[in-house]
Design a protein around this ligand. Sequence first.
Ligand SMILES: Nc1ncnc2c1ncn2[C@@H]1O[C@H](COP(=O)(O)OP(=O)(O)O)[C@@H](O)[C@H]1O
Ligand SMILES: [Mg+2]
Length: 298
Amino acid sequence: MLKVIGVQKIYGETKAVDHVDMHIKKDRCTALIGPNGAGKTTLLSIITGLGKPDKGKVILSGKHQDRREVLGYLPQFPRFYDWMTGREYVRYAGELFGLTRKEADRRAEELLAMTGLEESGSKRIAGYSGGMKQRLGIAQALINRPELLILDEPVSALDPFGRREVIELLKKLKKDTAILFSTHVLGDAEQVSDDIYMMKEGRIILESTLAELKQNYALPVFLIETKDGIEELAEAFRNQPWVKEVELEAGRIRIQAVNMEEGRAGVLQLLKDKNALYTKVEAETVSLEDVFMQVMSG
Ligand SMILES: Nc1ncnc2c1ncn2[C@@H]1O[C@H](COP(=O)(O)OP(=O)(O)O)[C@@H](O)[C@H]1O
Ligand SMILES: [Mg+2]
């Protein structure tokens, strides 16, 4: 639904965004992941149309030409009027957007309900928690029923409770709206996103679906739990030619194989040969954080 083509932005000596191409798809939640200073905020502001690129362009597919009609945006550091109530704030956003007073009222009620702020809508924003403020910011960004919701670091500044609130909200919203959000909180990105872009020093250094990423970066590591004979079994694994490393940790054997195929076959064969009384055998899953570390250091 949106394409970024060869976008570049330079501040003095810094290439904040360096020839970036992206394809944001409908019905997908896309995470833009990168360390501080990677260029995420600059890129997102160019995508929204608030920032102008030095080179390249952003194209909306379909009949829409005006990005303001299609996009909703929550900046990294939103400004709230602390003396307003949540309800007043969303109504105000609606009126700014050009809704009539009545429409703005109605839409505000819908959005407060959608973001779980019905109860606290009549409280002043000054008394809101971080998670509540972020949800209010999301309500504001949804005022025009956008097809693509763009959120710049919506969870990064929050405590674990606030993060959970926002992530649960995103899970709900992604059913109806495409989402593009930046983050460096990888565990959270892992829970909601379908597509991943990793950014470093202005460039996209990896682009993948989350599922493919996990498959491609999976390590050939297997975990075995057993009731007894764990030392013996570990020793037997150590002597296999396809085994690289064996560790005993917290009552289980962790085996690193030379590759996935030989590992999988070898583990099952040896368990059978030894008549091992195992209680659990599984391949270790790779986390987005593991992948991120590999990609960023590579
Ligand atoms: N308005 C600006 N003027 C000068 N340099 C900027 C400006 N905005 C961002 N930068 C620089 O561009 C780079 C990318 O910044 P930013 O887009 O904020 O990254 P991120 O959001 O990933 O932390 C950084 O080196 C930052 O210092
Ligand atoms: Mg930023």
